[in-house]
Unconditional design. Sequence first.
Length: 275
Amino acid sequence: MKSFKSFCAPALFYKALAAIIFVASGSAFAQSITMASTTSTEQSGLFGYLLPEFKKASGLDTKVVALGTGQALDMARRGDADVLFVHDQVAEEKFVADGWGVKRYAVMYNDFILVGPKNDPVSAKGKDIVQALQTLAAANGNFISRGDKSGTHAAELRYWKLAGADAAKGSGYKECGCGMGPALNIAASSGAYVLADRGTWLNFKNRADLAILVEGDTKLFNQYGVMVVNPAKHPHVKAQDAQKFVDWVVSPAGQQAIAGYKIGGEQLFFPNAGK
């Protein structure tokens, strides 16, 4: 007859093994954060370059969910992200003021550009985005809007308002409700105009007959910010690990990594943390 000790030994072994597996899996789970960000940062290729550098520095993996900025902010409000990396400063500041974010940090900038057919059928080309949109509206030019509450979409709507055409954009205006890459694809296949961020444009391969028609207007400045989701709203948020990303990306090492990302020798984003 087996002793009580012989019966207990296997049970104790499996209990100990289960405890080890639980601790190990919990540790692995803790070694990652979820970032809600924009399609422009993801489709520009920046994160494929930046996040491996962050992992080298911190040991943390980062899962990126690329959405329009408005959707990314909504995701964070639900507590489904640990950190935000987006580009709609007004909306970001309201997010923090309403208590959803801990603190907003400026990280980097690039600019928006108006892209359209090289032959520019409505003569929108120039240095003034407002004048270009007025020309497009008057000529009923084909224009593809993101229509997705993204940072790019928010900027586009501001420009239409400045153009006095926010309610009358012309019969050629169409919303796709899509990311920056798909919007560019639609414009390329249909010979339409579209407002794009320069980073995604530089990484965009299917340009067809598209070209940059408006750039250099100071109103086209495109600032990005980063913030940790407030654990007071969502206690499960990995605030400490998320703060490690924020601290790194605004540090000299993170800023240098951003400046180092180039396509064809052209820098896509310009670090400006603390400025």
